[in-house]
Design a protein around this ligand. Structure first.
Ligand code: NDP
Ligand code: BG6
Length: 494
């Protein structure tokens, strides 16, 4: 911890009654607390409309706290001490009076003098701006004077619905917070395997010379969930899978996979390279996009209702729950290498993988063995079973020349048995407190990401046809498999 992080801190989670706050933010804060990574003088405030007192709020968040970093008997003690620092204020997001109530409560508990303040907007995007304005109007945002302490804001995705609405939001938020104090979060950037991408690419001399069009035939980014939208369908129906995960999580993975090496590990250098890469991606064309929507099916021994059967979804909803797209990067390194992307809810497994496929062999040396070597593949497993493998063709032991494909496998579960893999939100929250913005999106990056998808999103909205149905549990629409040029053995997560 740096000195700045030892200044007193008030961390306010706005929307504290919600799913993200309970399932992710408070558990991550508890993990940091157990690791002594929060300032000694820290208070945590929850704010939302739901009427709760401190005790009820603490009961609610306890449900998801885990003892990963405080095993055994110490856990109960740690939890008690952590919960004693958690407070709750009920109020309306757009009401300056409510925010002043929050401020009053904060002042009662804060020490005199300099206090840093971190506001986490864990609320639907539709109320980001009114909430930020209330914070500003109530005087809760400092102007950056050293004696006052900093005021930072964490904003969740999706940030807008397209480029124009994102620009509008950015402008409005910029009226309250200065750009260096805005932390636009994409929690995939906090995932361990994603953070390893820079190291994998630039700390291993074996990879960088291969990481280009001369050696790679295609890159596939596959994201799948075997879940319905239960509880989040109202939100999801306004956004769809492209805005929910493709424009942000998947595109961020592509940016890190494909960018040029940064000059240094500073946030500004990394962000500069990501922006350059994102700007060199051609906007996705309609011909390069296939969408789908899951329909009812029997899956895993039970009948799962279709997307439009969710009470929060209109019967005639055309929102896509699945999308496959081809990205084309117009630069010297990647010209002609398709970046296939697919993302879907209601598929047969939960996984995220990055698959780099090398060119097939140019010679036919092994044809007489009866086995044509498959192209090598480097598969980076983001989740589950974090790790990576390189598929190789090898001689099967024996007297004859028989070939087969096998994997060189680095599984985190085996290789790092003694290490706990932190949840993405742990690392990201710590970085906000440290003021390091490398893992957060700059305004330029956000704009460049929207530019990749905005035209095709608008084109989709102007169509009357519904996305093609696919049964819950998959497979995805046949047109998607054709677009992705998926061979049987390269499907999905494996
Ligand atoms: P929720 O829908 O659970 O909303 C959070 C809280 O906001 C609710 O508890 C509710 O509190 C309040 N709220 C909800 N809808 C409205 C509304 N229409 N008007 C005013 N207040 C409302 O969201 P999540 O917690 O799931 O997500 C919060 C943010 O984080 C969103 O931007 C989401 O996109 C993003 N996100 C969420 C992830 C997740 O795993 N949940 C993952 C990544 C991003 P109350 O009624 O008490 O005021
Ligand atoms: C969120 C999306 O950003 O990421 C959700 O809004 C999705 O729809 C979630 O389920 C997936 O996150 P993770 O960390 O479970 O892969």
């Amino acid at each position: 911890m740096t000195d700045a992080n030892q200044d007193p801190l008030s961390l306010v989670v706005i929307g504290a009654s919600g799913d993200l706050a309970r399932r992710k933010i408070f558990p991550a804060l508890f993990s940091l607390y157990c690791q002594r990574a929060l300032p000694d003088d820290v208070r945590l405030f929850g704010f939302a409309r739901t009427d709760l007192d401190d005790a009820a709020f603490r009961r609610r968040i306890t449900e998801h706290l885990t003892c990963r970093y405080a095993p055994g008997a110490s856990c109960a003690e740690e939890m008690e001490a952590f919960l004693a620092r958690c407070h709750y204020v009920t109020g309306e997001y757009g009401s300056t009076d409510s925010i002043l109530d929050l401020y009053q409560r904060m002042r009662q508990l804060e020490p005199r003098g300099k206090v840093n303040r971190l506001y986490y907007l864990a609320i639907p995007p539709s109320i980001f701006v009114t909430t930020a304005e209330s914070l500003g109007n109530a005087g809760l945002v400092s102007c950056g004077e050293e004696s006052q302490g900093w005021s930072r804001v964490v904003v969740e995705k999706p940030f807008g619905r397209d480029r124009p609405s994102s620009d509008e939001l950015a402008l409005a938020l910029g009226q309250v917070f200065q750009e260096p104090d805005i932390f636009r979060i994409d929690h995939y950037l906090g995932k361990e395997v994603i953070q390893n991408l820079l190291v994998l690419r630039f700390a291993n001399s074996v990879f960088e010379p291969q990481w280009n069009r001369q050696h790679l035939a295609s890159v596939q980014v596959t994201w799948a969930e075997n879940l319905t939208l239960a509880g989040r369908a109202g939100y999801f129906d306004r956004y769809g899978i492209i805005r929910d995960v493709m424009q942000n999580h998947l595109l961020q993975m592509v940016a890190l996979l494909a960018m040029e090496p940064p000059d240094e590990l500073e946030a500004s250098a990394i962000r500069r390279e990501k922006v350059r890469l994102l700007r060199s991606i051609a906007p996705v064309s309609r011909a390069d996009l296939v969408t789908g929507q899951f329909v009812a099916a029997e899956w895993d021994g039970r009948q799962v209702p279709g997307y439009t059967e969710d009470p929060a979804v209109p019967d005639d909803s055309r929102t896509e729950t699945y999308a496959a797209a081809v990205l084309r990067i117009d630069n010297a390194r990647w010209q002609g290498v398709p970046f296939f992307m697919s993302a879907g809810k209601g598929l047969d497994s939960r996984c995220t993988t990055l698959r780099l496929r090398f060119h097939p062999l140019a010679h036919r040396l092994f044809d007489r063995s009866g086995h044509r070597p498959a192209p090598n593949e480097l598969v980076i497993r983001v989740q589950p079973d974090e790790g990576m493998h390189l598929s190789l063709t090898t001689k099967l032991p024996g007297l004859e020349l028989k070939l087969a494909e096998r994997k060189l496998d680095l599984s985190y579960g085996d290789a790092f048995r003694d290490h706990i893999i932190p949840d993405a939100y742990e690392g990201l929250l710590l970085e906000v407190m440290r003021g390091d913005r490398s893992l957060f999106l700059s305004g330029e990056e956000l704009a460049a990401s929207w530019d990749v998808f905005t035209p095709v999103l608008h084109a989709l909205e102007s169509e009357s046809a519904a996305p093609e149905g696919y049964p819950f549990g998959g497979p995805p629409p046949a047109a998607a498999l054709r677009l992705l040029q998926w061979a049987e053995d390269a499907r999905g997560c494996g």
